[in-house]
Design a protein. Sequence first.
Length: 87
Amino acid sequence: MAEPVIVSAADGPLPPTADAVKAIKAAGGSSVDFVLTNTDVVDDAELLELVELELRDLAQQNGLSVGSITRGSSGQPGGPSIYGPPS
């Protein structure tokens, strides 16, 4: 199982996010899990939904399904700390 792709809710998907999704596809993955961090600094629920929609779209564009999108705060200890799968 690949590590989840970490995405800041404040920034949305960035080029490293797309690279991680492509790497999962290249490694033969069929789905991707995302961890959406910094959700506590985004005051707008619609913005959070938009970021999730962008993540789903990114996965679909790369032929992957979304396994899960987990929301976390900026102070969430012990969470994953990498973009995409380990090399």
